[in-house]
Design a protein around this ligand. Structure first.
Ligand code: UDP
Ligand code: MG
Length: 309
């Protein structure tokens, strides 16, 4: 039987052909220096470029590479899930292949793990190489998310982390289809240490997260861990109904005391439009959740593996 490695690196890769050789050149010496047995699990997330060929080529140079090739692009969260499920190590470390997560920090992760921490999370001190608007949106998202969710996601902690086998097994117990990994990581808990690092610019290529993708990512995050957007309508409805009741009373009294006065077009229109808008928003939010329930109810697998190399 093949020997089980101590450390598993989990590397989701989507169109990273150009960056992978450089990534390995930085990563492998760090792992060699730690001196424990390791494997590097790449998940090729349906790349349209030569990522798979490059990986196969690199495997000749670094035989500890394992390639999980997905049948199409399933998105980073799914690719990460695939990697975590295929990793065999006692300590599992997800890392981006674009060198935004500096590999040299891994030695610190392992040292903390040996001290007895089950999770060692990387906290980025900078978000170099990110658009100021993205940074602002991210800040806003975390503030809102943490206010309305049962679990808190620290703003500057991402997927770059070490997790013990115990934690990875716990992650596998979460059956949900839509995997908002940051939330799932936070949800499982465990004794956590923090290691700080400076996020670097992407070595090559561009980020595959644009505005619309990020917006949907944020919706996934909030709907995965909070039902506040659903429940808030009860209170909004109650408030509007109370105001309407008082207003209605006032109209009746006015009519009785001063008689009928017909004008009222403006106020009627304003109320119809306002309430119509509010109702549509409420229905829209319901739709967001129902859409997710629908997807979840189909119980489709999170990813499909085309083959392992
Ligand atoms: N990635 C992936 N599938 C995708 C998009 C991204 O596996 O559909 C990988 C990508 O190759 C990289 C990591 O996820 O290793 C982070 O992606 P990216 O750098 O585009 O995101 P950002 O760093 O801007 O959040
Ligand atoms: Mg990146």
């Amino acid at each position: 039987m093949e020997e089980v490695p101590v450390i598993s690196m989990v590397c989701p890769a989507y169109n990273e052909a150009e960056g992978i050789p450089l990534f390995l050149e930085k990563l492998v010496p760090v792992l060699e220096k730690i001196g424990k047995s390791y494997e590097i699990v790449f998940v090729n997330d349906g790349s349209e470029d030569a990522t798979l060929d490059v990986l196969k080529e690199e495997k000749k140079r670094f035989p500890r590479i394992r390639i999980i090739n997905l049948s199409r692009n399933f998105g980073k969260e799914a690719a990460l899930t695939a990697g975590l499920e295929h990793a065999r190590g006692e300590a599992v470390i997800p890392i981006d292949t674009d060198l935004q997560h500096p590999p040299r920090i891994i030695a610190e992760f392992v040292a903390k793990w040996e001290e007895g921490y089950d999770v060692v999370a990387g906290r980025r001190l900078t978000r170099t190489g990110e658009h100021p608007l993205k940074k602002m949106a991210a800040r806003l998202f975390y503030r809102l998310h943490n206010k309305i969710s049962d679990i808190e996601i620290p703003a500057d902690i991402g997927d770059f982390r070490l997790m013990s086998r115990k934690v990875v097994e716990a992650l596998k117990l979460l059956p949900e289809n839509q995997r908002f990994m940051k939330g799932i990581f936070a949800w499982v808990g465990f004794k956590t240490a923090i290691v700080e690092y400076y996020q670097e610019e992407r070595a090559t290529g561009t980020s595959s997260f644009n505005g619309w993708k990020l917006w949907n990512f944020a919706l996934d995050g909030i709907t995965s861990f909070s039902t506040v957007p659903l429940r808030v309508w009860l209170y909004i409805g109650f408030a509007i109904a109370s105001i309407s009741f008082v207003f209605g009373l006032w109209i009746v009294v006015k009519t009785v005391v001063f008689g009928v006065d017909t004008p009222g077009y403006a106020s009627t229109m304003v109320m119809i439009l306002f309430l119509g808008g509010i109702q549509l928003m409420g229905i829209g939010i319901l739709g967001e959740y129902i859409g997710r329930i629908y997807k979840e109810a189909k119980r489709r697998p999170v990813y499909i593996v085309e083959g392992e190399y």
